[in-house]
Design a protein around this ligand. Structure first.
Ligand code: EPZ
Length: 430
């Protein structure tokens, strides 16, 4: 079974370039099918979630040409099927973005109900509420969501809670609806803004993305576009935490520092030095780290997708920290794995009380989900001794060339197939 094997103890030092934002790319690729002309998208992260969504898009009959690993051309003119097969939703939940895109363009869509995942139940009631408000008839039968509308008309929609997915999905369903739609309590994440900017590059009329009120004037048609996806805020934050946990010095290139503000502020509270430049940030950490508290919130608050990576660094701080997860109900599963590496953590409800230790001890651990998996790699890099991590298919869903980027920073990590390879790695390193 494929695993990462890591020999910890090397501070990560050097430059790393960030890939395109996975969570922007998923919405943008879905929205691309709403045009009948060529749409060229670059700075696409070459990760498994993106590759699966492209297969789902191709399954509708749309033309999908992979120009290179980070560039794709899509043309929705040849779409024949409005039904997305269950296998795609099982692989990635974000296939449900095709609901909003197909409904918005063809007034019809069938996508299987996404299940929960390892971080929580993750219902999509707000998505469906938005589609119904726009005039769609939505039925759920045998695990399939069927949405259909004579025509979609603008409405004033109030989301019951801030939801990235619902904001993006409803935005796509509304861009070709008659009239002016308003989405209140909209999510403000950078990837929501990127999807709105992409829709506007195709001739949509979306205003206010990045605020909690998005106003959309429906248009008849969307034309082709050439678009570059923004850098991945969470990949950048992951490497920032890796610099802190390994007491390294990393310059993270091709980022938008504004998107990283809450992360930079938190790492500075912990005693790291963060230097923001135009399109890069440098993070340096030496000596002991200070404890602090973290509460995850919708953007511009501290991102839930940075919670595990930050907790891993806090577990090496000089004192007690409290991490509160207010977005998902089950995002501390990795704490049991971290305890195997010597961390002293106690989970109480949606908070984790962390008492800092001097250093992790290498161990065998399993990645329970994407971001926790990346966080456990950071723990292995900061540990004394060897760590092996399985479940790395989670990590490969959202991080392009993760081990390669870490090796370029001096980290001792390798992707191995079996125990023989682990022995070879150990011989090579020792
Ligand atoms: C997106 O998930 C991201 N995924 C997640 O990143 C991220 O953690 C999350 O936003 C929050 O920032 C993608 O963009 C593909 P939500 P999403 O709707 O859209 C509840 C990663 O690691 N809710 O903002 O599913 C929900 O249960 C992934 O890249 C409802 O109750 O998140 C959660 O508690 C993990 N009903 C909260 O709202 C709904 O209809 C926020 O969820 C929708 C959401």
């Amino acid at each position: 079974m494929r695993q990462y094997v890591i020999k910890g103890g090397n501070p990560l030092v050097g430059d790393v370039t960030i890939s395109g934002a996975k969570n922007a790319a998923l919405g943008i690729l879905a929205a691309a099918i709403m045009s009948d002309e060529d749409v060229l998208i670059d700075n696409l992260p070459d990760v498994s979630d993106i590759n699966v969504l492209l297969q789902a898009i191709a399954s509708t009959g749309a033309k999908v040409v992979r120009v290179d690993r980070n560039t794709v051309k899509i043309n929705g003119k040849s779409i024949r099927s409005y039904r997305i097969d269950d296998c795609f939703i099982r692989k990635i939940r974000a296939s449900y973005y095709l609901l909003g895109a197909l409904l918005g363009k063809y007034k019809e869509a069938e996508v299987s109900l996404p299940g929960g995942c390892n971080i929580g139940s993750r219902p999509i009631d707000q998505h469906l509420k938005g589609f119904k408000a726009l005039g769609a008839h939505v039925e759920i039968e045998n695990g399939m969501i069927m949405a259909k509308a004579e025509h979609l008309r603008a409405r004033h929609i109030y989301l019951d809670m801030v939801s990235v997915g619902a904001t993006i999905n409803i935005m796509m369903a509304a861009v070709m609806a008659e009239g002016r739609t308003i989405i209140e309590n909209a999510a403000k994440e950078p990837h929501v803004v990127d999807v709105a900017n992409f829709l506007n590059s195709m001739g949509a009329d979306v205003k206010g993305a990045g605020t909690d009120v998005i106003r959309i004037r429906g248009v008849q048609k969307l034309h082709g576009s050439e678009y570059t996806i923004i850098p991945d805020q969470i990949e950048a934050g992951t490497f920032m935490c890796a610099a802190v946990a390994t007491r390294g010095d990393i310059t993270i290139r091709k980022v938008i520092p504004k998107h990283l503000e809450s992360i930079s502020a938190k790492l500075e509270e912990m005693g790291a030095f963060v230097d923001e430049m135009d399109d890069s940030v440098r993070v340096v950490a030496e000596g002991r780290l200070h404890p602090t508290n973290v509460k995850t919130l919708p953007y511009p608050g501290f991102p839930t997708d940075m919670q595990p990576q930050t907790a891993i660094a806090l577990a090496l701080a000089d004192g007690t920290s409290v991490v509160t997860e207010s977005i998902f109900e089950n995002r501390f599963k990795y704490m049991d794995e971290l305890a195997r590496m010597g961390a002293r953590v106690k989970v109480e409800g949606n908070s984790a009380i962390i008492t800092g230790i001097k250093q992790y001890k290498g161990a065998h651990v399993s990645a329970p989900d994407l971001r926790a998996g990346a966080a456990l790699v950071i723990a292995g890099l900061a540990a004394d001794g060897y760590t092996t991590i399985d479940g790395i298919e989670y990590i490969q869903r959202g991080y392009e060339n993760f081990d390669g980027k870490i090796r370029s920073l001096g980290g001792c990590i390798e992707l191995v197939e079996d125990d023989k390879d682990i022995q070879k790695f150990k011989l090579k390193i020792s």
